[in-house]
Design a protein around this ligand. Structure first.
Ligand code: THG
Length: 266
């Protein structure tokens, strides 16, 4: 089943940044409830945008969200100290967003992960920067999967993020991740594939049609999760339909349920 990680609680978004600065709990609670009602399986929480305030902002956001969270949280920070604080606070086994092969981040994250129960997003990033070929993505993914396995995180707990890059900057950026995801899923069928979906459409008009067409291609390659806006009803319907078409919806029951609920229509 495809898992949606709701991206809206992120201080890089203007209204969220303002709500966090004002400690406006009602705004945050309302947004999280909407994401949950729309079918988010995780709520991503990112407090990185107000420089010097990440620890306090994350702490406040978790205090605010936790009492009304019906789904687990995705703790989105590059800072292991912030993740450590956040991990202690959450009640449901969280998703940790994220680890990468950048040496400094990797070396700090590995001790954090020791003995912890979590799912983890593994970014295909290393000290050479963003991947420039499918082989780059695949090689980095294999290393991360193997190393996380040694640290006690089984394949089904690892969510590889191949790093989706804008199609507007290089027309090869779509097939780059498509090809890589197929290769990763062939070798490690239990591993999950996720990523920031809207990155693909950056710099283009009519971004939503680009996002939803891309996600249906990627579901065909084996992508089974995305960091995205669950309030976009059309993309949610597209994902449910694509997931059915690749055989992930026994008896088409989820699709039929979506149609009856009015969430899926032609
Ligand atoms: N991979 C992983 N984690 C991630 C990302 C990723 N976390 C952060 C980001 N990328 C995904 N989250 C968001 C959250 C909000 C928005 C985009 C991605 C968003 N952007 C508006 C836009 O692009 O137009 C601008 C925001 C505003 O100013 O309101 O809403 O790739 N593992």
């Amino acid at each position: 089943m495809f898992e949606v990680i709701g991206e809206r609680i992120n201080t890089s978004r203007k209204l969220v940044r303002q709500a966090v600065a004002d400690r406006d709990a009602d705004y945050i609670i309302d947004d999280v409830k909407k994401q949950q009602e729309a079918g988010a399986h995780y709520i991503d929480v990112n407090a990185g945008a107000r420089i010097g305030h990440e620890m306090d902002d994350m702490n406040w956001l978790l205090d605010t969200i936790q009492p009304i969270a019906t789904v687990p949280l995705a703790l989105d920070s590059p800072d292991p100290a912030v993740l450590e604080m956040a991990y202690k606070k959450v009640e449901k086994t969280p998703m940790v967003n994220s680890i990468s092969l950048e040496k400094e981040r990797y070396d700090a994250m590995m001790p954090f992960l020791a003995g912890k129960d979590c799912r983890i997003i593994a970014l295909c990033m290393d000290d050479n920067g963003m991947p420039t070929s499918a082989d780059d993505i695949v090689g980095r993914a294999f290393t991360l999967i193997e190393e996380l396995g040694k640290a006690g995180l089984s394949e089904d707990r690892v969510y590889v993020d191949p790093l989706i890059q804008p199609i507007s900057t290089d027309v090869k950026n779509g097939l780059l991740v498509y090809d890589a995801v197929r290769t990763i899923k062939t070798k490690y069928p239990k591993v999950h594939i996720t990523g920031g979906l809207s990155n693909i459409s950056y710099g283009l008009p009519e971004r939503r049609i680009v996002n939803r067409t891309f996600v249906s291609l990627m579901v065909g390659a084996g992508m089974d999760s995305a960091i995205m806006d669950p309030l976009d009803a059309k993309i949610m319907a597209t994902i449910k339909t694509a997931d059915m078409l690749v055989g992930n919806d026994p008896f088409c029951a989820g699709f039929m349920k979506g149609v009856r609920a009015g969430a899926i229509a032609s």
